[in-house]
Design a protein around this ligand. Structure first.
Ligand code: SF4
Ligand code: SF4
Length: 81
């Protein structure tokens, strides 16, 4: 299934892992990025866009964004360290 919306995980993420446990197709992982544990969508093609991850996040770090918007954001250069 191709998702219409994908989760965008903000820097507010505390790395608690609730979204990882709530994701039915298991496409979210916890990773350490710049010495901080954070949730990462590792398989965008496998995401169904169900929003379960966003619903369980206790700090509202996940916003569902339209796929086109998410692709544009990915194309932006990332800030350096
Ligand atoms: S929207 Fe659903 S399928 Fe996609 S990452 Fe979140 S919980 Fe998993
Ligand atoms: S539930 Fe929210 S705070 Fe916890 S790992 Fe997922 S995005 Fe981060």
């Amino acid at each position: 299934m191709t998702a219409v919306r994908l989760p965008h995980i903000s820097a507010r993420c505390t790395g608690c892992g609730r979204c990882v446990g709530a994701c039915p197709p298991h496409v979210l992982w916890l990773e350490t990025v710049r010495w901080r544990k954070t949730a990462v969508l590792h398989d965008a093609a496998g995401c169904t866009g169900c929003s379960a991850c966003a619903v369980v996040c206790p700090v509202h770090a996940i916003r569902m964004r339209p796929v086109a918007e998410e692709a544009r954001a990915d194309a932006q250069p990332r800030p350096g360290p």
